[in-house]
Ligand binder design. Structure first.
Ligand SMILES: [Zn+2]
Length: 138
């Protein structure tokens, strides 16, 4: 077991245990590591800054980077809201309904937990997760 200190785009930091560094990499790649505060998967290992001046530089770059990302995500959200049906916390259930009954052709979106994503993937149901900003955040 290995413990990492993780940082989220919402500035939340938290510790999390992983089976190995490889396991951490695998979960990161599949975007299955989510923030304990805001449930976003925009988390990363904390970077130990060697000194104050360079950490300030990193902060500025991150800020610009995050602004661009946020713009992209906002565009995605707009597209999703216009083209998909919101199912809230019932996402896993609804995804299964569509997968097994093939009743509905319209895509859905909603909230889902890491465990649920894992289960859906195992059942061959494809999901895409993106970080989600609430409207009120602006
Ligand atoms: Zn967060």
């Amino acid at each position: 077991m290995i413990k990492y200190n993780l940082t989220c785009k919402c500035n939340c930091t938290f510790d999390s245990w992983f089976a190995s560094s490889g396991e951490f990499g695998r979960l990161m790649k599949k975007k299955l590591i989510t923030c304990i505060e805001c449930n976003s998967n925009n988390v990363n290992k904390s970077i130990m800054a060697p000194n104050v001046s360079s950490s300030k530089k990193i902060g500025n770059i991150n800020y610009k980077f995050q602004k661009n990302i946020k713009k992209k995500i906002t565009e995605y959200q707009k597209f999703i809201k216009e083209n998909c049906r919101y199912v809230g916390d019932r996402f896993a259930q609804e995804a299964r309904n569509i997968h097994y009954n093939k009743k509905e052709t319209k895509s859905i979106y909603g909230r889902v937990t890491i465990d649920e994503i894992d289960e859906l993937n195992e059942e061959g149901i494809e999901t895409i997760t993106i970080p989600w900003y609430d409207k009120t955040e602006n």
